[in-house]
Design a protein around this ligand. Structure first.
Ligand SMILES: O=C(O)CCC(=O)C(=O)O
Length: 250
């Protein structure tokens, strides 16, 4: 529960986070800031796309050059993005939803290109890499307007309360739900953030427009969070998430 006092979110947003697993922080960034973020990310994403084109069918696991790209750990390559993710908006969200000592856990740009048949499967972020504590914070920053026509996020309200679900590997990504009758879309305007828990099942639909849908996903975890691996013999191994240069305190 996140009873406050809060620095950035309203009591209703705290309730939505706790009960539904998500809310939208509207207009968190102005157009000029978002234009600068895009200017910074576009050339890095172009390199990701170029690399994918060297792979068979332009594809590496969940990424395909002409459909969806994931450009990870951009803070290692950009001072501007390092400052962006450590700025007041995320400091406040970290304070309100995680606690006093917060680290960047992960950052990646996801560019969804025109691809009318390709969805990104239902998953929890903690279903990709298992972290403890299981509930950390995902901030899906819209760099372009995202709605049902171009692949905005959808969530299943309330399912974050069930912990980390089993995920099956598919060609498009890990999947924890086949379908979700109670799902709701989260349209996000450029500059706004879909804020959700790492335990909130979410997916994004196809991009049926002619333009690239751009997002920058930044995730925050409490200091001390660790990746848990279990060996074939069943022993648990914890790796602290404090990688030099990218998992810094904000
Ligand atoms: O932005 C997208 O289209 C899907 C990305 C996503 O859900 C994720 O990286 O967890």
């Amino acid at each position: 529960m996140h009873p406050g006092p809060h620095r950035r979110i309203t009591a209703e947003q705290a309730r939505a986070y706790d009960e539904d697993g998500a809310f939208i922080l509207e207009d968190a960034f102005d157009a000029e800031t978002i234009a600068s973020v895009i200017r910074e990310i576009d050339p890095l994403e172009a390199r990701t796309t170029e690399f994918l084109r060297t792979q068979k069918d332009g594809t590496m696991f969940i990424a395909t050059a002409d459909a969806i790209t994931f450009s990870v750990h951009l803070v290692l390559q950009s001072q501007f993005l390092r400052e962006f993710v450590a700025g007041p908006v995320f400091q406040d969200l970290g304070h309100d939803l995680i606690g006093p000592k917060v680290r960047l856990y992960w950052d990646q740009a996801v560019y969804k290109k025109p691809s009318p048949d390709r969805e990104f499967p239902w998953h929890q972020d903690n279903g990709y890499t298992y972290i403890e504590p299981q509930a950390y914070l995902t901030c899906w920053v819209a760099l372009t307007d995202a709605d049902e026509s171009n692949g905005c996020p959808w969530i299943v309200p309330g399912r974050h309360k069930d912990g980390t679900l089993a995920h099956a590997r598919t060609d498009l990504g890990f999947r924890c739900l086949e379908d979700a009758p109670n799902a709701v879309p989260l349209p996000v305007r450029a500059g706004s953030i879909a804020v959700f828990s790492s335990l909130t099942p979410h997916h994004t639909g196809p991009n049926r427009t002619n333009d690239v849908r751009k997002s920058y996903i930044v995730q925050f975890a409490p200091d001390g969070a660790a990746r848990i691996d279990v060996t074939a013999e069943g022993s648990r191994h914890a790796t602290l998430q404090d990688a030099a240069g990218r998992q810094f305190e904000i």
